[in-house]
Design a protein around this ligand. Structure first.
Ligand code: SF4
Ligand code: SF4
Ligand code: SF4
Length: 574
């Protein structure tokens, strides 16, 4: 089952999750981050880092609601971080709300935590442990099982407070279904694998169920300790009596804050330095460091600030500072619990395998070479791909978790060199300038057109009116047949504003030949017209001359014929 993943629509391929993941359990191929279940320790750190809030936690709400209908004895074990997530000062409002939605009853997981602290004390007193790592955080336990086999011998062989509490509740209510409610994603897998719990809800899921059912949780301050009880407690303290079980249980409510487990000890078994480390980024180093020291008790939590800051806690004003204050106030205001007898809560942790392949040096080198890294100096180790080093990313490529193209510097270089090739080989002149018309790029074609090798500004090249117009309007401007004075060339100019880059792209098309041809053509036309006019004029003149000659001849003929006619008439009459 996939307990955690990323929503498809929201992922924007920024690799922030991958950078945040301490164990690189994310497959970021194909523009969509996916959790690699076999590697993931469910710390939830990636979901907190994701700027798109693409987290998708396996939701158990429906299953738990069905269980509440089916089973008449579902008991909630509520993590003590509830005071911070729900802004409560006591457990009663939470218990009332849980009963209102169908739980048979609800108890605080700190009961289980008290049993865990008691077991830790026994183990520490046995003197068998060179170093000791707490086992309350399932994300840390998983990290040690998967990635730090040498430290497994230090991991306390004790159930987490959740599982210990479930066992206690089971022994108290045979046949009951136990559901854990807390701020943690890792507890979901732990609950399932324990075989003791029937499910785990996050605080976010509980909040949604309460809203759906119309149940409100309203805070009621913890009842003041009755006078007699308060006097008794103070008498106990002043008499420096040995810590009682009640005090231990009370202190176990410190578990969800940083150093909370150490604080839950009423006295510290001798021979150890008690150190707390929290935050998933410090986990690896702390565990590795432990291998070279002795007599250290290491309280370790995957979440920075411990469970009050869990990935499914409900964020409230004041953040983790206020959450810490809430827990501290709660511990000092609540009457002590009674630690019940508890059953066997021992647990054996075993080494696990993530199932990855260890690549050969040649394979790593081949992948590095495919992104232009042929020597150590080429390995930038910039982390832009989400991996800390180029070799780590090469490992992921070989295991099928990453793509060669995720190397950002390599892709940028490739794009730039491709861009340069395209610009340099363009048949057009290309100029890129800023809003102030200062030139940042100019290709050889443009240099030839304007006759300047390295102009600083557009107005060094030609009349800048059109460029100003494009910059002011944000719209492309086209200038037809612009004459470049320096070279006598004619260009068609298109100026395109690049809004995001705050720049102007000027594309020049050399039309000098066309303009010259057009001018030649019109000259030929003009000359032809002139010749035609002359020919016509001459033709007209000839025609007129012929006509006039024809006219004279006709008149003379007429006169001759008339004379002849008259002669003939005279001859007839005589
Ligand atoms: S952080 Fe990961 S899941 Fe979120 S948008 Fe970036 S790549 Fe996608
Ligand atoms: S939950 Fe933790 S281990 Fe799993 S992918 Fe996210 S950051 Fe990595
Ligand atoms: S140079 Fe590339 S492969 Fe190396 S760390 Fe940076 S982005 Fe990752």
């Amino acid at each position: 089952m996939l307990y955690l993943d990323f929503q498809k629509a929201n992922c924007k391929n920024c690799y922030k999750c991958l950078r945040a993941c301490p164990v690189k359990a994310i497959d970021a191929q194909g523009g969509q981050a996916k959790i690699i279940e076999s590697r993931c320790i469910l710390c939830g750190h990636c979901t907190v880092a994701c700027p798109r809030n693409a987290k998708s936690v396996h939701n158990d709400s429906d299953a738990i609601l069905r269980l509440l209908q089916k089973s008449d004895k579902v008991i909630a074990s509520v993590a003590p971080a509830f005071v911070a997530s729900f802004g409560l000062s006591s457990f009663e409002p939470m218990r009332t709300a849980l009963k209102a939605i169908g739980f048979y009853d609800a108890f605080e997981t700190s009961e289980g935590a008290a049993a865990v602290t008691a077991e830790y004390k026994k183990l520490l007193a046995s003197g068998k442990y060179e170093n000791f790592i707490t086992s309350a955080c399932p994300a840390v336990n998983r990290a040690i099982e998967l990635y730090h086999h040498a430290a497994l011998k230090y991991l306390a062989p004790v159930d987490s407070p959740m599982v210990a509490h479930a066992k206690i509740l089971k022994s108290r209510y045979p046949g009951a279904d136990i559901v854990f409610i807390g701020p943690c994603i890792a507890k979901k897998r732990e609950a399932k694998e324990s075989g003791v719990l029937s499910g785990a809800l996050t605080f976010e899921e509980l909040m949604a169920i309460l809203a759906q059912k119309g149940v409100e949780i309203s805070d009621t301050p913890a009842p003041a300790m009755p006078k007699k009880q308060a006097e008794k407690a103070s008498a106990k303290a002043s008499a420096e009596v040995a810590a009682t079980a009640e005090q231990t249980a009370l202190k176990a409510k410190y578990y969800p804050i940083s150093r909370g487990i150490i604080k839950s000890f009423d006295e510290f078994p001798d021979g150890y330095e008690y150190i707390a480390v929290d935050g998933v980024n410090r986990l690896d180093q702390a565990i590795e460091d432990l291998l070279s020291v002795k007599h250290v008790f290491l309280e370790i939590n995957a979440c920075e600030g411990a469970c009050v800051n869990g990935p499914c806690s409900i964020k409230r004003a004041g953040g983790s500072v206020e959450a810490n204050v809430k827990v501290r106030n709660y511990v000092s205001s609540v009457p002590a619990d009674v630690v019940p007898d508890y059953p066997d809560i021992s647990k054996m942790f075993k080494p696990k395998k993530a199932g990855d392949r260890v690549p050969t040096e040649d394979e790593i080198k081949a992948v590095l070479a495919s992104t232009g890294k042929t020597c150590e100096a080429d390995e930038l180790n910039c982390g832009a791909c989400g991996y800390s080093t180029c070799r780590e990313k090469a490992w992921a490529v070989i295991n099928g978790y990453a793509e060669v193209e995720m190397c950002v510097p390599y892709m940028r270089e490739k794009a730039e060199s491709m861009g340069n090739v395209i610009i340099e080989n363009s048949p057009n002149g290309i100029i890129v300038c800023g809003d102030d018309l200062s030139i940042s790029e100019i290709n050889r074609k443009a240099q030839a057109m304007i006759g300047i090798k390295s102009p600083d500004y557009i107005f060094d090249c030609f009349d800048p009116t059109a460029a100003f117009k494009a910059a002011d309007s944000g719209k492309p401007v086209h200038v037809d047949k612009l004459k470049i004075d320096k070279t006598g060339k004619y260009v068609d100019m298109m100026i395109v504003p690049l809004e995001k880059e705050k720049a102007l792209l000027v594309v020049l098309t050399d039309i000098t030949e066309k303009v010259n041809y057009d001018e030649e053509l019109s000259k030929v036309k003009r000359d032809t017209l002139a010749v035609t006019d002359t020919v016509i004029e001459k033709q007209m003149r000839v025609a007129q001359e012929i006509a006039s000659l024809l006219g004279e001849t006709t008149a003379e003929t007429k006169v001759a014929l008339l004379k002849l006619k008259a002669t003939m008439i005279e001859e007839k009459d005589s």
